[in-house]
Design a protein around this ligand. Structure first.
Ligand code: SF4
Length: 80
């Protein structure tokens, strides 16, 4: 869900250390990469992604740190 940039939200985000980005969501996990030539469990990599497969580039902390024109909220955001 997109909404226009709101200066009040940006100020309160910093003031109250709001958690609203993928990095704080239970569905943001390390990507797994299968071990080559092995049937063992896949190993996590350093890359993280949304386990639902949402295109979340605009919902990452770095996007908000860049002062975006639009705010993006994910309806599935869930704090662990
Ligand atoms: S469910 Fe939403 S908030 Fe959570 S990781 Fe996926 S895109 Fe980000």
């Amino acid at each position: 869900m997109y909404i226009p940039r709101d200066p009040d939200f940006m100020a309160e985000r910093a003031q109250y250390a709001l958690r609203h980005c993928c990095e704080d969501c239970v569905f943001f996990r390390a990507a797994e990469q299968p071990k080559q030539g092995s049937s063992e469990r896949a190993l996590p990599t350093a890359a993280h992604h949304c386990v639902h497969g949402w295109p979340n580039a605009e919902h990452l902390q770095a996007h908000y740190d860049g002062a975006p024109d639009l705010l993006v909220f994910c309806k599935e955001f869930e704090i662990p």
